[in-house]
Design a binder for this molecule. Structure first.
Ligand SMILES: NC(=O)c1ccc[n+]([C@@H]2O[C@H](COP(=O)([O-])OP(=O)(O)OC[C@H]3O[C@@H](n4cnc5c(N)ncnc54)[C@H](OP(=O)(O)O)[C@@H]3O)[C@@H](O)[C@H]2O)c1
Length: 274
């Protein structure tokens, strides 16, 4: 009798463990989102990636190198960039990964930098995400208390609007611009916050491993927008999980997008009409 109870318990435990394992696998698959299926070869192409020394940028750089592209990593931190470049060279077998030190002091320096490396007919892919509000009267939080979250949301909305306006201005030139939400990914994004809260960092580590995308999964939509053939007609559109999605209404405001472009150009001393 005792043996029978024990063996039936074992069956029950086994069933529960199997159910939990299957549920977890399905959850992870759902969290992973879309995967870029394109096998496009990038031999002879040059790809410029900012923020390529870690996170989504580094995974994107690795994928582009694997496809044969010459990868230019535009980074601020040369030591971290060297480590990342070495890792990418080793893991992809592509030695054509170079680093350029980029001090993102202004839009102008980025523009000059990009001009140096990509031909005008090549596609310029702008990688981005979601809503907030552009406070034109106080873009830099000079008049109101600084809020990291509001500031982050404003910067992401600015990314969406910039991509949209760039697509409008570049129409017919062969240059496309896309914006995207990469998902919620386990990267170094909140390292400056976590460094101040070491206990929180430990508490969050397990849920982060279980519930967030890996950097490879988080890079899939960026890669999809960069390499998918025939996507040019979707220039200015918003993507998530390797598919076109509808952005928040704030991200579709063409008047705010135009004004933001003009304000930004003015701030860095460029002609807003160009
Ligand atoms: N992770 C997510 O869940 C998530 C979700 C939605 C959107 N995103 C967006 O995806 C992008 C990449 O994020 P990530 O998760 O890969 O972050 P990450 O691991 O923190 O990487 C950020 C990269 O950007 C560079 N960077 C940061 N500030 C910069 C600046 N002012 N000028 C030039 N380079 C700068 C960093 O280089 P340094 O070493 O020079 O600092 C680093 O290479 C960000 O725009 C983020 O907002 C991420």
């Amino acid at each position: 009798m005792r043996d029978q109870v024990t063996s039936s318990d074992r069956v029950n435990y086994g069933a529960v463990i199997a159910l939990v394992a299957i549920s977890f696998m399905l959850l992870r698959k759902w969290i992973a989102g879309g995967v870029c299926k394109s096998r496009a070869c990038l031999d002879g192409k040059t790809v410029v990636i900012t923020g390529a020394n870690t996170g989504i940028g580094m995974e994107t750089a690795k994928d582009m190198a694997r496809r044969g592209a010459r990868v230019v990593m535009a980074c601020r931190d040369l030591t971290r960039a060297e480590n990342a470049a070495e890792y990418i060279r080793r893991s992809t077998g592509n030695g054509n990964v170079v680093i350029r030190h980029l001090n993102l002091a202004s839009l102008y320096s980025v523009q000059e930098f990009v001009k140096e490396f990509i031909a005008t007919e090549e596609r310029l892919d702008i990688l981005i995400n979601n809503a907030g509000k552009i406070e034109f009267d106080d873009l830099f939080f000079d008049k109101r208390p600084y809020s990291p979250l509001l500031s982050y949301k404003q910067s992401k909305l600015a990314n969406v609007l910039f991509s949209r306006e760039l697509a409008r201005r570049m129409k017919g030139t062969g240059v496309s611009s896309y914006c995207l939400h990469p998902g919620v990914i386990r990267t170094e994004l909140i390292r400056h916050i976590l460094v101040r809260f070491p206990v929180l960092k430990i508490i969050l580590s397990l849920p982060c491993i279980l519930l967030m995308k890996t950097p490879w999964q988080g890079a899939q939509t960026s890669i999809y927008c960069a390499v998918t053939e025939g996507l040019e007609s979707k220039s200015g559109c918003y993507f998530s999980d390797c598919a076109e999605k509808d952005p928040a209404p704030e991200g579709k405001d063409d008047e705010v997008a135009r004004r933001l472009w003009e304000e930004s150009a003015g701030l860095v001393g460029l002609n807003p009409r160009r």
